[in-house]
Design a protein around this ligand. Structure first.
Ligand code: URA
Length: 240
């Protein structure tokens, strides 16, 4: 709860002093009731009217970078009652994920209430780079990886060119670690790309989204982006 005059000033309607005058003159209503007491406390859910004008809620833009753990859905709600990424954030502001990661995929996930940036970052024409580390069942063959890089058909449409490299082969366990960088964001894209060349993905982590990484964040931890990072994200996608 905040003092009424402070809230009016925070909405940008007028200065705090001017707001005090309006209150004393009986020109302020809270939830339809005239309030002329200066000490009255309100919250941001209250409907405040000054001189007949309803104050519009000016929501500040916030940006969170989450290191998504496994077994969490990246939607704002889940019909099966599973944990969502929003359950991991302690914020009073309604944010939503920029794109999606599968239930079992870990790594970089951006959440924001900035619709403009979300649209820019998820629009295919902007080719935002996403880098994944995939654990693959079997020994990855170079010639197969070349096919994946050139583009494979998934859901009846060819994927655009990708970059990929083998990071590690474990002959004993019969697994491979592969880094793949894509510029699209189709549904289950990475898993389907590997499927298309005959391999299955047993673990998937998004290492990078544009220039953002999970460095310094343990699984399930998050941080806010700073102004410089937000500007840089805008610069990456504007004017494309
Ligand atoms: N590709 C996938 O297959 N799954 C993800 O979660 C992200 C990209």
């Amino acid at each position: 709860m905040e003092r009424l005059q402070k809230v009016i000033a925070q909405y940008g309607y007028c200065s705090r002093r001017k707001a005090e005058e309006f209150i004393q003159q009986g020109k302020v209503k809270v939830n339809g009731k005239v309030i002329s007491e200066l000490g009255t406390k309100v919250n941001y859910e209250d409907t405040i009217m000054v001189e007949g004008n309803v104050l519009a809620k000016k929501e500040e833009k916030v940006y969170y970078l989450l290191n998504k753990p496994r077994n969490v859905v990246s939607t704002v709600s889940d019909e099966h009652g599973r944990k969502t990424v929003l359950d991991l954030l302690d914020t009073p502001i309604r944010v939503y994920p920029v794109g999606r990661l599968d239930y079992d995929t870990t790594g970089v996930l951006l959440l924001t209430n900035d619709g403009e940036l979300t649209n820019l970052l998820t629009h295919p024409k902007n080719h935002v780079e996403k880098t994944y580390i995939a654990k693959i069942e079997g020994i990855m063959q170079k010639r197969d990886l070349e096919k994946l890089c050139a583009g494979v058909i998934i859901d009846g449409k060819k994927t655009s060119k990708a970059q990929a490299r083998i990071k590690k082969i474990d002959k004993k366990k019969n697994t491979s670690l592969v880094e793949v960088c894509i510029h699209e964001g189709r549904n289950h894209q990475v898993k389907k790309m590997f499927e298309a060349i005959g391999y299955s993905v047993s673990k998937l982590k998004r290492e990078k989204f544009s220039f953002l990484t999970t460095v310094g964040l343990k699984s399930g931890e998050y941080r806010m982006l700073n102004t410089k990072e937000v500007k840089k994200l805008y610069n990456e996608v504007k004017g494309n």
